[in-house]
Design a protein around this ligand. Sequence first.
Ligand code: WT7
Length: 646
Amino acid sequence: MTDNSFFPVKPEIAATAHVNADAYARMYEQSVKDPEGFWGEQGKRLDWIKPYSKVKDVNFHDDVHIRWFHDGTLNVSANCIDRHLATRGDQTAILFEGDDPGVSKAITYRELHEKVSRLANVLKKNGVKKGDRVTIYLPMIPEAAYAMLACTRIGAIHSIVFGGFSPDSLKDRIVDCDSHFVITSDEGLRGGRKVPLKANADKAVAGAPMVKHVLVVKHTGGDVAWTAGRDLWYHEEMESVSADCPPEEMSAEDPLFILYTSGSTGKPKGVLHTTGGYLVYASMTHQYVFDYKDGEVYWCTADVGWVTGHSYIVYGPLANGATTLMFEGIPTYPDVLRFWQVIDKHKVNIFYTAPTAIRSLMREGEGPVKKTSRASLRVLGSVGEPINPEAWMWYYNVVGDARCPIVDTWWQTETGGILITPLVGAIGQKPGSATKPFFGVQPVVVDNEGQILEGETEGNLCIADAWPGMMRTVYGDHERFVQTYFSTFPGKYFTGDGCRRDADGYYWITGRVDDVINVSGHRMGTAEVESALVAHPKVAEAAVVGYPHDLKGQGIYAYVTLNAGEAPTEELRKELVAWVRKEIGPIASPDLIQWAPGLPKTRSGKIMRRILRKIAANEHDSLGDTSTLADPGVVTDLIDNRMNNA
Ligand code: WT7
């Protein structure tokens, strides 16, 4: 419907923005023609201990490696905190809004400095050294940001595991990076419900013998089991150390954090980001994409368990000296006014959320939104999945009162920061399009044979050259990094997404072209859900695909073949859903399970997922070529017994 609508940059916005259309064109051209010069200049936005003389050292072809600013040294916590103390020590750095609307707290840059320094000393006191991995399993409370920054202060590498992941998923992530130190809290709070984080961590650590200490933040005050010698109370440890901890001098290419993300095969992989390039990119994109200006209140509703929380709640905003709001709760608690009330309460200027949240609030109509003012809002952002034009228009007209530009930001855990996006003052918007590349980003669209497609076209989205914020490797498995991202289309970074480029050069992300699905903006590998299902004693085989879901974007559709003699009952269906929740976490719960006496396979035994996707999407009129099926009868049965995705 709105495919042709265009929302040009309003002149009054362009007039005051960091980057207008002319500046965008000029800077973009320089960024791709002379990356050394461009990024050499941009790198100066950080405080370096030893300035870099080298800017870019990248090879996407053979011997894949990516290094930026590599002879420079710096410290991330010093850039996010210490350097702001002289000018904004008393400014709020973190604005905490609790799950309970009665709870909020402002933490100044000076307070942040003290907390982070103390926590860094707590880590040191308990044996954590530069290069060690620290696993963080916390709710959205300020201590999560303190923990991240404390790691960076001493050069430890953090690995945050989203609080919604199961004990088993947590254990796998602890073991994969050989982490000896875990930070958690007694419980989390979400929508008034308690999440047993410490109990989950206890279960995880039971299978991760390398863990020496579990540091526990007292948050809800709920009862926890205690292992003497191993477990430490955060509040006691913080009192036992000094508030002085000089930042460690780190090389630009020293690891900063690991973040596990799902791929099309195997277990989640540890995406590794490094220090200098990541921070330059996070800080620059935060400033330019949102047109962030000094003194503004900025709110990203993500969780620090995802990359959005890393780059756009903590590192980007704090590097820029912003006031960043951290929200513990959910959009619908205590009721559906919550987001808009928080915006009014804290006078939020820039608001960044996910399409799934917008869709769920849109269902409630305009009424609740219009009970609030939202006059402080200046810029709206969207991230995590394609935003459908209807949701875009509602966000624009109802939430933003047709006043605020929307930046639909496309990026990935791997990219570290935003790659394709409008810039508030420079790029007019088309609802549903992520629009144009950020500086230094060279998108290319290729066909399945890897031929570059020019002009108006559709195909696989690759990026031709490196940008400073991109991942450097898969932790402990560089070969997997090369295989996953640089082998499908040799010499290019392959995103796993499909896209269309229109006649104006605007990019429209069409979704994943691999076996990764996107459920409410959360990324899930179908292989992970399948392996959880087949681990159940009654399941013989399982195939999982995504299907269009009104609220979640994609839902999880599982085809399950039971062992001979097992009866397909409603109880078993519920049991399998609960089983997957327990194995991976609630975000992996199948929405629909169809009993499949057989799965469509080729004669060589490969499951034909394309067909399963079509059936799940209710598009069985267009199954495509089925001539290679070993047993066409299987497909007829699956179509006849398809689940209703109501
Ligand atoms: C995948 C990455 C980016 C941080 C949060 C998700 C999809 C992300 C958009 C967007 C269309 C989007 C892509 C991408 N995606 N943003 N604005 N428009 N699709 O990070 O968990 O690594 O997932 O999310 O499919 O590949 P992630």
